[in-house]
Design a protein around this ligand. Structure first.
Ligand SMILES: [Zn+2]
Length: 280
């Protein structure tokens, strides 16, 4: 990467000794983007703009190990970039946070510089703190609870994600072997859990199975409610059921089944329009 006078002015704003272009090696990395990462988290475009400011001057390390000897590079400039015509999985314009970084051309950094130039060191991951996290399915603020959705699990055709905004701190960025994000990588200080290999996948499968079971229970409840309380729109019952746990739906199903005298399908014959969709 060519080093301009403006690059040197920015680099020198972070160094105590006056450096020349011969003293430094400069390179660019994608710190993070607004695609959903392997943890089921996604930054908003506004969050990337906030992180762009917070990441100026922040050190790069290896594998998130913060020992001071591990600090080899520093971000000296950032920008949020969009790619014309490209959208993320949520259908929003794709955006990524690009950072210009420098390291010193010292004998001990020669190996690192060679690895960056050779494409060996290219995956990076950020470690930051986010002020707000919202469920992409129901919009609930995850700081205040009240959401039953699990990131990575599909609900009515939409894969749930935690949408992160309002960045409050940028601690470091790291070269890593497997970043959380597909394009870059991200480690969040809030909500990140280190699970053994395969554990997260098994949890996701179990959650998806649980969700399918919950839907079946909800349909059964709708049918029974239609039989027991024909004046209550089935849609209303379905919306209520959507907020309940499996055991709560089972309790209501048991209660309604005492009222329903005939088979639910008989009563369902009186139900018209969209409400039929909720019945079994
Ligand atoms: Zn939710």
């Amino acid at each position: 990467m060519d080093i301009t006078d403006n690059d040197m002015r920015l680099i020198n704003s972070y160094s105590s000794a006056k450096l020349t272009a011969e003293d430094v090696y400069a390179f660019s990395v994608t710190l993070c983007d607004n695609e959903t990462d392997r943890d089921g988290d996604r930054f908003t475009a506004e969050a990337l703009a906030g992180l762009a400011e917070l990441y100026k001057g922040v050190s790069g390390i290896f594998d998130h190990d913060p020992r001071s000897g591990n600090q080899k590079c520093r971000v000296y400039d950032t920008r949020v970039e969009t790619v014309p015509g490209r959208t993320n999985s949520a259908g929003e314009p794709y955006a990524r946070l690009r950072a210009k970084c420098y390291t010193l051309r010292t004998p001990e950094n020669e190996q690192l510089i060679r690895e960056i130039e050779g494409g060996i060191k290219k995956e990076v991951s950020v470690c930051c703190a986010m002020g707000r996290s919202v469920c992409s399915v129901c919009g609930a603020d995850l700081g205040s609870g009240g959401c039953r959705h699990i990131p990575g699990v599909e609900y009515d055709g939409e894969v749930c994600a935690r949408v992160l905004s309002e960045p409050t701190d940028a601690y470091e960025w790291s070269f890593v072997a497997v970043p959380a994000q597909k394009a870059a990588g991200v480690t969040k200080s809030a909500g990140a859990v280190n699970a053994p290999d395969g554990c997260a996948e098994r949890l996701k499968t179990a959650a998806a199975d649980g969700e399918r079971y919950r839907k079946r229970l909800a349909k059964e409840l709708c049918a029974l409610a239609a039989a027991a309380l024909p004046s209550v729109p089935v849609k209303t019952v379905a919306r209520i059921a959507d907020r309940l746990s499996c055991s709560e739906i089972e309790e209501l199903t048991e209660a309604f089944s005492k009222y329903a005298t005939g088979a639910p399908q008989t009563a369902a014959g009186n139900v018209s329009g969209d409400d039929r969709d909720y019945l079994i």
